[in-house]
Ligand binder design. Structure first.
Ligand code: SF4
Ligand code: SF4
Length: 296
């Protein structure tokens, strides 16, 4: 009897010690290694200085990717899809802010001298939407790149490796290495990423991947002559392409698709920014996928 009550007392003490000392330590430890944005807006100003885009990855994209990158990796700033550019131009106009964009990801029809611009780069090195308190003033409607920062879109469907930007919010090098491992299943990849970066960032990244895959399919369609008489994309070495573009007509990718009679309504829909409803439906589907992968 006495033994039992002593044991209980000891258990109580151990529990108290755990609560007092070990839990705060564990909390601190796990807090420390998670992504922790300092909300200083540092990724929205002096953007080119923070840019650490790898040149070899960039060259690989130019060789084998679905489109050309026109802007050099060191000069890259905020890159947005053509439909996002229009949304940002409208928001800037409403807020009386100056903003401009340059073509970045393009496909080219040399015969017809046309360039379709899939993504643009914001010219400003500090984003005009950053307010005086270093907060984004269009937080609810900003572009994919802003929603998923500091993650970069992983375009490699097989490895699911993660690309990081130089963000002080990712401080733990061990965890970073861990994140860069190849994940065996989509479920474990998603769960891990959500645990580390948070649900919103990972959902935005998955949604962009979804949009990217569909746009890539449309771009591939243009490389086959019999598919489309309006545009024929041919890939050549980038140096010869850059020199030739002076007399070419530059057209927004989404404007072209939307006005082209050969595309279905569904295809036209993929080149517009997802509405809040679509985003919510997508977010719920990702949540379900994660829950199911935890059960299995
Ligand atoms: S660079 Fe990273 S830590 Fe800094 S504001 Fe951006 S997301 Fe947050
Ligand atoms: S839109 Fe907002 S989050 Fe995106 S770069 Fe500009 S200030 Fe930053």
């Amino acid at each position: 009897m006495l033994k039992n009550s002593k044991a209980k007392q000891l258990n109580k003490l151990t529990l108290q010690a755990t609560n007092l000392y070990i839990k705060p330590f564990l909390n601190w430890y796990f807090m420390e290694i998670k992504f922790n944005c300092n909300r200083s807006g540092c990724c929205c100003k002096n953007i080119r200085r923070h840019n650490n885009f790898q040149k070899d990855l960039f060259d690989k994209q130019n060789e084998s990717g679905p489109w050309y990158n026109l802007i050099n990796p060191n000069d890259l700033g905020v890159v947005v899809y053509s439909f996002e550019k229009d949304m940002l131009l409208e928001l800037a106009k409403k807020n009386n802010l100056k903003i401009s964009f340059s073509p970045h990801n393009v496909i080219i029809d040399e015969e017809q001298k046309k360039v379709l611009v899939i993504r643009y780069m914001m010219d400003q090195d500090t984003c005009p939407f950053l307010d005086k308190k270093d907060m984004c003033c269009i937080f609810d409607s900003n572009a994919f790149i802003c929603r998923l920062y500091p993650l970069g879109l992983d375009t490699d469907q097989k490895t699911r490796r993660i690309h990081y930007f130089g963000c002080p919010g990712i401080s733990d090098s061990k965890r970073k290495e861990d994140n860069e491992k190849v994940f065996k299943t989509r479920g474990s990849y998603l769960t891990h990423m959500v645990d580390y970066f948070g649900y919103d960032i990972v959902t935005a990244s998955e949604m962009e991947r979804n949009v990217f895959d569909k746009i890539t399919a449309v771009v591939k369609y243009f490389s086959d002559e019999k598919n489309n008489p309006y545009f024929r994309a041919i890939k050549k070495p980038l140096t010869s392409v850059r020199q030739n573009l002076k007399d070419f007509e530059f057209i927004d990718f989404h404007t072209f698709i939307k006005s082209n009679p050969s595309f279905s309504e569904d295809t036209k829909k993929i080149v517009t920014f997802p509405s809040n409803e679509e985003f919510t439906t997508f977010a719920l589907s990702i949540k379900k996928e994660i829950e199911e992968s935890k059960e299995n």
